[in-house]
Design a protein around this ligand. Structure first.
Ligand code: 0XW
Ligand code: MG
Length: 366
């Protein structure tokens, strides 16, 4: 099998209701979809969609510039040889893992279709037909966040993430107490500051919430700040934005800097890299999510396939952007949430075939 062509598409993704977190508020995003075409009639799809230009050092136009650089060197390769594909991308461009991830995901899609297996089967096998997701409650007043937390628990979510930071720490402390009172026991809580807290406020917040069972996700901006206060906090610390690649995950794990991760599939380099992160976390009994920062059904399917292979005791769920987006790329096999869980796609590869009318004309072709 040989790659004969690559198309890159823009998909507009308006964010229903907006998404507010400490680092930014996003109302409109543009996703980048990659289509790999082979000489055997099999086509694979990948996607990358940074949640705006501020959340992490990745952005829409950067992804497209990187693909422009990378794609010509891939024509003629066998996309089922994913190791070779990733090495070739590495030789064509340093960094930009989030763009390479779209190619990696599309190659896994082709592999699955070619071998008539789902991606999760190629990754070691699924733990079940559905996987847990979690709900991310964006910044609002303490009472609003508490009401929403209660509602989401009643809808079936077993985990909620509360966006904190970017405001007076007293409002976040009040929010966490109100949420804790509003929910029934058993729900898992993550307080996600998206890098925004000073080490002082992280310590205030943790100590004033010491009786609340929760994890603190990405409390501060740098690894050094987190390392400095880690043992003065009353809560486990999860790393998200700083888990940039396999190496930074290893550094955090080996340095004993974290108790878990919020992992983003495209940021670390795609399904191949996330599989490695999964196995490193498993070796150290570290829980983690398998998400991405944003995206449509292709990214959602990729996260769900990897998430379906994580040991349940280590798995914090796969967050997907579906509650914030209108419609699906594949209306017949949409990746969506029901009762706090997501059905693992059943078709070969990613199990999602985008409606080409939704992709429009390519913005780049090779
Ligand atoms: C909840 N998310 C997965 C969605 C937004 O991209 C932010 C992110 C996070 O955990 O920071
Ligand atoms: Mg996070």
């Amino acid at each position: 099998m040989k790659l004969t062509g690559i198309n890159v598409y823009n998909v507009d993704l308006p964010v229903a209701g907006g998404y507010k977190m400490a680092s930014a508020t996003v109302t409109f995003l543009q996703s980048t979809v990659v289509e790999l075409i082979t000489d055997q009639g099999i086509t694979g799809y990948g996607e990358t969609c940074p949640v705006g230009p501020v959340y992490q050092p990745q952005h829409t136009l950067g992804a497209r510039a990187a693909l422009q650089e990378i794609c010509p060197s891939l024509i003629g390769l066998d996309p089922r040889n994913i190791g070779q594909l990733n090495r070739t991308m590495g030789a064509a461009l340093n960094g930009s893992r989030y763009a390479k991830a779209a190619v990696d995901v599309a190659a896994w899609d082709i592999c699955g279709k070619s071998y008539d297996r789902r991606v999760c089967d190629l990754l070691g096998g699924a733990t079940g037909d559905t996987i847990p997701t979690y709900y991310s409650i964006t910044t609002a007043s303490p009472d609003e966040m508490a009401t929403e937390a209660r509602e989401r628990q009643l809808q079936g979510y077993a985990r909620i993430q509360l966006k904190i930071g970017g405001r007076d720490v007293e409002a976040d402390i009040e929010t966490l107490h109100k949420v804790n009172e509003a929910v029934k026991p058993g729900i898992r809580i993550a307080a996600d500051a998206n890098r925004s807290l000073t080490s002082r406020d992280a310590m205030f917040l943790s100590h004033r919430c010491r009786d609340i069972s929760m994890v603190m996700e990405q409390p501060c901006n740098t690894m050094e700040e987190i390392a400095a206060i880690r043992h003065q906090l009353c809560h486990p610390v999860y790393m998200d934005e700083l888990a940039e690649d396999v190496n930074s995950v290893m550094r955090a794990v080996c340095g004993g800097l974290v108790d878990g991760f919020g992992i983003k599939l495209t940021r670390v380099g795609g399904i191949s890299a996330l599989r490695t992160v999964r196995d490193i976390c498993d070796a150290r009994s570290l829980p983690h999510t398998c998400d991405d920062a944003w995206g449509g059904d292709i990214i959602a399917a990729a996260c769900v396939h990897v998430g379906a292979t994580v040991a349940p005791s280590r798995f914090e769920g796969s967050w997907i952007a579906a509650p914030y987006t209108e419609g699906h790329y594949d209306e017949e096999n949409p990746v969506r949430i029901e009762g706090g869980r997501i059905k693992v796609p059943t078709g070969p590869g990613l199990g999602v075939t985008p409606d080409t009318r939704k992709l429009g004309s390519p913005i780049l072709s090779f």
